[in-house]
Design a protein around this ligand. Sequence first.
Ligand code: ADP
Length: 255
Amino acid sequence: MRVSGTQIYDEGGERSGAVVAYQDVTTENNALAQREEFVSAVSHELRTPLTSILGYLELASTDPSVPNLPRSYLAVASRNADRLERLINDLLTAGSGELEVTRTAIDLREVTTEAVATHQLRAKERGITVDFDAPEPCIVRGDRIRLAQVCDNLLSNAVKYSRDGGRVEVTLESTHGHAVLTVADDGIGIAAEEQGQIFDRFYRTSAARQSSVPGTGLGLHISRRLVQAQHGTLTFRSSEDSGSTFIVTLPQEVS
Ligand code: ADP
């Protein structure tokens, strides 16, 4: 509540009254709090990989105990530089009005296989299995880089929001001229009352915010826009505490 007041004087200069205004500023304050929370999340997200890059590069250039350039240091620095690049791209994409996509015939099985391989490594460290088995190529009309970005986001979330020892299952099928890609996990799930908001820009569920899982709430917003720009859909079903399934459909290439 913002309160402001002013005195009223009559023609002779005598004080004759006062006006007090009470203004409800809840929305303004909420927006401000949201913006502050976002800036703090993004700063943290940018700073963590950068600190790691600088640290490992410093070690690589000054550690006297290792005669040759330690490749493992560079690998960590490079992984973190990738993370920073992805984050900056996300920030730029989320802020842009029109998303550019080029649609050509691409094999979604290939794109998915690459994304699965990338995330299997990180998943393994936490005892999470990521299964994907698609016997046939699956040709869709889409943008390879943008679809890789979508697969990357969905797999990254499935692993991030899984519990240690969990299981992620990826499937790819063709039905009625559409490719259907599903990414299912048995992780923390999404509460029913928050399900309407998860595609909103910067939205993170309270479970995600309370956990130590890093994130900015941009990935799903961008992924949905990217899939829609390729004439597809991105939907999900989820129940709190028992997992989520994200479903992408894309028009298939007619040969
Ligand atoms: P973030 O960077 O926070 O992971 P996203 O835009 O990718 O952002 O997702 C938005 C929010 O949706 C997440 O913060 C999380 O609360 C929820 N979410 C997304 N994927 C999952 C999932 N597989 N399981 C549980 N919650 C999820």
